[in-house]
Design a protein around this ligand. Structure first.
Ligand code: G3P
Ligand code: CA
Length: 275
């Protein structure tokens, strides 16, 4: 059994706002093995790390990421911490972080800037990239991702470079089509088929599909822990998200999953005796 890989979800988001350099630096500081990010294409074809289709939850701007140019996104302040129960930030709360979007926290994070950081110290953090798929840009996201990874020297002959015996990057998606597309574009790229709410009806199909790993949500594994052994028997890794409760972390260790995606990488590492 390989060691459980600890993956910081959008960075160490229990301690810093999602998809900010502060969150990624914190993940590195606590010793996470890898970080996760979501990517979307802007209207002018730039990959940015933004989870939602719209920017209103995580910035003081309005609009749909795929309908905005990068220069427009760069006018918004990203990265404040959203108060509980609030659907968006109040402008004064965002501006209290910094007055102008700054490189460290406020400026929308491009995948390039995240890769600049990760490749500056090769091997310190692997990267799990989830592609998000609005109608605009269907098909283009994976192509842009492959181009980007090639530019950074992370993908040679369709296969990622290895850091500490594991691929430096992998692609994840809830879309089976996107996973297949990535397998066509870069046959050696590890892919994670994310699974949302309905594991049972699709279980066989997913296990037989061409993703190298299955990515069920934690609720599915609580309900069906045998899925982990079944996936392993089918030759698939199991990467579970988003595991934040201590009891779930312990369950992941007991079941021997391959990767745990968590907002609290420090706590997961502690529970693995790696702090
Ligand atoms: O790592 C998979 C997980 O991030 C999927 O859910 O909504 O956080 O992108 P979401
Ligand atoms: Ca994600």
């Amino acid at each position: 059994m390989t060691a459980v890989e600890v993956v910081a979800h959008r960075g160490a988001t229990a301690e810093a706002p999602e998809h900010t350099m502060a969150a990624y630096r914190q993940a590195a500081a606590v010793g996470a093995d890898a970080v996760e990010c979501d990517v979307r294409l802007t209207r002018d074809g730039v990959l940015v790390c933004v989870h939602d289709r719209q920017v209103r939850r995580t910035s003081n701007g309005r609009g749909i990421v795929s309908a905005l140019h990068l220069a427009e996104l760069e006018q918004f302040q990203f990265g404040a911490r959203r108060p509980k129960g609030r659907s968006r930030w109040a402008d004064d709360e965002i501006l209290s972080v910094t007055d102008e979007p700054d490189l460290e926290n406020g400026l929308v994070l491009t995948l390039d800037r995240l890769l600049d950081y990760i490749t500056a110290t090769p091997g310190s953090l692997r990267l799990a990239i989830e592609t998000k798929h609005p109608t605009r840009h269907t098909r283009k996201v994976e192509e842009a991702l492959v181009d980007c990874l090639r530019r950074y020297g992370l993908l040679g002959n369709g296969r990622p470079v290895e850091w500490a015996g594991r691929p430096a990057v992998r692609m994840m998606s809830f879309s089976q089509l996107a996973v297949r597309r990535m397998a066509d574009l870069a046959p050696g790229m590890p892919t994670v088929q994310l699974i949302g709410k309905r594991l049972r009806p699709v279980r066989r199909e997913l296990l037989l599909g061409n993703a190298t790993a299955m990515g069920p949500g934690i609720a599915l594994i609580r309900a069906d822990p045998a899925f982990v052994a079944d996936a392993h028997a089918a030759g698939k890794e199991v990467h579970v998200w988003t595991v934040n409760r201590p009891a779930d972390m312990d369950l992941m260790r007991e079941l021997g999953v391959d990767a745990v995606i968590t907002d609290r990488p420090d706590e997961m590492l502690r529970r693995l005796g790696r702090d």
